[in-house]
Structure formats: C-alpha cells, structure tokens
Design a protein around this ligand. Structure first.
Ligand code: HEC
Length: 132
C-alpha cells in the first residue's frame, strides 16, 4: 500500500540522524580508548602535573574549536597554564586522523563525564582548518 510505504520512508529518515549521531559517539569513544586514554585516563581526569584533564576543562567545552582541532591533529606541549595548572608531559600528534575522526573524538570528549558542550561536526572541523 502506497501510504504504508510513505510512512516507512518518513520514519526511517526521521531516525537516521539519531543513529548517525550515536554512531559518531561510539566511534569517538573507540578512538579515545585507543589513542587518548593512556594519558587522559578513562574518567578524563588526566594525571596531576603530567597530563591535562579533559573532564571539566574550560578549553575542552569552550568555543575555540580551531585550537582543539589543532591539538588533536598536531599534538600539544605549550606548557602554558590550563585552568591554572601546568602539565609537563608531551601530547603526541595524530597525523593519521581524518577530519571525521577529529570531529568524533572531540564530540566524545565534549559530551562525556561532566562535560556538556555541543558536539563537533565534520563541517566545523573543515572550517577550523581553513581558518588557520
Ligand atoms: C602521550 C600522552 C597524551 C596522549 C596520548 C594524548 N594527550 Fe592530550 N594532552 C596531553 C598533555 C600532556 C596535555 C597538556 C600539554 C601542555 O600543557 O603543554 C594535553 C592536552 C590536551 C588538550 C588541551 C586541554 C586544555 O585544557 O586545553 C586536549 C583537548 C587534548 N589533550 C585532547 C586529547 C585527545 C582527544 C587525545 C586523543 C586523540 C589526546 N589528547 C591524546 C597528553 C596526551
């Protein structure tokens, strides 16, 4: 029946964005566990004086997306205070990360633990890269 088909298509197109979103976070979590957890820890708490925490970091939930993209891709060891504390380990770069990987891992760290910031889209990562 025509109408049934119509509603099926409507239902699926309504669900897809949610499924896609959930998938990105699952992928982001997987990347975090394989590439970030060793330093930033499963609870995002980092290691005092060594590895910056991601949970509760004003930068991680902040609006400077270009900086976050740069850090994930290129690594980080500026040794400037982050929320008042210094961390002396060196963050390794992730040159193999595709733009979608960066979006997914940033979405994961911005929405995990106590962090409740917006997710990051592929378009935002691409725009951030064009800016620099
Ligand atoms: C080898 C350890 C290490 C790994 C692996 C690592 N980081 Fe880091 N990360 C650090 C350190 C150390 C700093 C702080 C460096 C400094 O202050 O100079 C940092 C800083 C950051 C910051 C900035 C935090 C702020 O408050 O400004 C972000 C964001 C970040 N890391 C995300 C990630 C993500 C995402 C991954 C995985 C893709 C990752 N890190 C993997 C050690 C690591």
């Amino acid at each position: 029946m025509q109408l049934k088909k119509y509603f099926t298509v409507l239902f699926i197109s309504f669900l897809l964005p949610f499924l896609g979103n959930a998938q990105n976070l699952v992928h982001g979590k997987k990347l975090f566990e394989t590439r970030c957890l060793v330093c930033h820890q499963a609870d995002g708490g980092g290691v005092p004086n060594m590895n910056a925490p991601l949970d509760g970091s004003s930068n991680v939930v902040g609006n400077d997306i270009a900086r976050l993209v740069r850090i994930v891709k290129g690594g980080y060891s500026e040794k400037v205070p982050l929320d008042g504390y210094y961390y002396n380990n060196v963050m390794t770069p992730n040159p193999d990360f595709k733009d979608q990987d960066i979006a997914d891992v940033l979405s994961y760290i911005r929405t995990s633990w106590s962090n409740k910031a917006s997710k990051i889209t592929l378009a935002q990562v691409q725009a951030a890269k064009r800016k620099k």
